[in-house]
Design a protein around this ligand. Structure first.
Ligand code: ADP
Ligand code: MG
Length: 471
């Protein structure tokens, strides 16, 4: 069994959905469960419509304009990928969800504000509708091939979370039980279950979401629950790269990463995969593979090398030591913390707070007396200071961007540390042996220079010409 997760950019047009269906078809022998995000930009538009409804009364043009735009968009994509025989089912499904959304916007308008609970309710429609459309599309695409079925699974019935709306945490025991119960009989019968990512519900049935980019997280939760061989994350890049390609166009693919390296990168700003993904994957020892859904041949054969992507969780230990990747994040604030009183548990208490506020809070460096932290979420600063203030004295200064160079090899190869520290000398490099999860070298640069520093460091570490993938 495998889990195949498709991101928003992989399902944003009839052509993309057709490609996704072909990719799924190429993996049928591995018994896939499909997890899908909302179609590109839908989540943002849904939240904007909720804000617009709260700001005025329901006649406010923007809330309805967005509503109509989303409805028309999903209807046209749906009608293009589902053959005419399926249109009555498609229409009924759209009528139901957009009816519920209309009612919700009405409630938000009456409330006059978008509470986190209402925001989650609004945002959830993106995944509910995209997964329902994909399930209908796979169903019909497979009709000629012995009538393969792709039952739609309501993610709200199986992904059970606490009630921290907009960043809910799964209740694993209940979730695992429900996922196995809902998915295994379908898989055993040769069906391809499809469910939306990102969305769940509380035990009382109130809709929640796992937070931005939470669909990767959902896929890993599903993978761990059914002990999948692999969780495949299909996106618009050929794998994890040595830097964000939007900043470094010549970034290279990385062949393998440990769970810890991937978590470190995700928390250091790479944002791919979602940092939550690594917890369930590493606990269940389910490897994650990042792949591009834009190359048609991908997924059809790993043996040709073209479909290898990045494998997270089975690091190639035989490869020569080296930096794996560079990530960066703006840090609007820097905190220096000292113990309020002599206390042996100081370090561990600070790390506990870091873990609680992950990935907003990052350790920059630690000495015996002082720990330096970076916060890139000003909106959470108040909570973070409150959490630390019970046992620490806190100094606050305006932050600078933090550029992180990540590799497990930094812990075991002093030569690599020396070499990298020298290459990065002009950026105040510091070795952090215990980052969030893996060793890294963190550099501090002014925010406006961050992208140039990433480009420069990438060139020094990996050269300027696109080359072989990094092992
Ligand atoms: P999806 O819609 O499939 O969820 P995302 O847009 O969330 O995809 O994530 C993929 C994007 O992540 C890539 O297009 C790329 O710009 C960005 N990204 C940032 N850092 C990296 C990295 N180190 N390797 C690969 N992609 C990265
Ligand atoms: Mg995404």
């Amino acid at each position: 069994m495998i889990v195949m997760k498709f991101g928003g950019s992989s399902v944003d047009s009839p052509e993309s959905i057709a490609r996704v269906v072909r990719i799924i078809r190429g993996q049928l022998h591995r018994r896939p469960v499909v997890v899908v995000s909302a179609m590109a930009k839908t989540t943002r538009r849904l939240l904007e419509s909720a804000e617009a409804a709260a700001a005025g009364d329901l006649d406010l043009p923007t809330a309805w304009a967005i509503f109509e735009e989303l409805r028309a968009f999903h209807e046209s994509v749906g009608r293009a990928v589902v053959p005419p025989a399926g249109h009555p089912v498609l229409e009924a499904m759209l009528e139901r969800y957009f009816g519920e959304l209309r009612e919700l916007l009405g409630r938000i308008a009456r409330a006059g504000k978008v509470t986190p609970q209402l925001a989650d309710a609004a945002a959830s429609f993106g995944e509910l509708v995209s997964s329902a459309i994909l399930s209908l599309a796979i169903d019909s695409a497979m009709e000629g091939e012995g009538g393969l079925e792709a039952p739609w699974i309501d993610c709200r019935q199986v992904l059970i979370t606490d009630d921290s709306f907009t960043r809910a945490r799964p209740i694993y025991e209940e979730t695992d039980r429900r996922l196995r119960q809902a998915l295994l009989p379908h898989l055993q019968a040769g069906r391809v279950p499809v469910l939306g990512g990102y969305v769940g519900s509380t035990l009382d049935g109130v809709t929640t979401t796992l937070g931005k980019e939470g669909s990767d997280f959902s896929a890993a939760i599903v993978g761990a629950a059914i002990a999948a061989e692999e969780v495949q994350i299909w996106t618009d890049v050929e794998g994890m790269l040595t830097a964000d390609p939007r900043c470094v166009p010549g970034a290279r693919r990385i062949r393998t990463l440990s769970f810890d390296e991937a978590l470190e990168l995700a928390c250091s700003g790479a944002k791919k995969p979602h940092y939550g993904t690594l917890g369930p994957a590493s606990r269940g020892d389910v490897p994650i593979r990042i792949l591009s859904s834009w190359h048609l041949h991908l997924g059809e054969s790993h043996s040709h090398g073209i479909a290898e992507g990045t494998l997270i969780g089975r690091r190639d230990g035989a490869a020569p030591p080296g930096i794996k990747s560079i990530a960066w994040r703006p840090s609007s604030n820097r905190l220096s913390v000292w113990p309020l009183r002599e206390e042996e548990s100081f370090l561990s208490r600070v790390f506990e707070v870091c873990e609680r506020f992950r990935p907003a809070l990052l350790v920059l460096g630690a000495s015996e007396r002082e720990i330096e932290l970076a916060v890139d979420r000003p909106d959470r600063l108040f909570e973070i200071r409150r959490a630390l203030s019970g046992f620490a004295e806190i100094g606050l200064s305006r932050g600078r961007a933090v550029v992180s160079l990540v590799s497990e090899d930094l812990a075991t190869h002093p030569g690599l540390v020396d070499l990298t520290m020298n290459l990065a000398a002009r950026y105040e490099p510091r070795l952090v042996l215990q980052g969030v999860a893996a060793p890294c070298i963190r550099c501090l640069v002014d925010e406006e220079d961050a992208e140039a520093a990433v480009v420069d460091l990438h060139e020094r570490l990996f050269g300027s010409a696109p080359g072989e993938p990094v092992p």
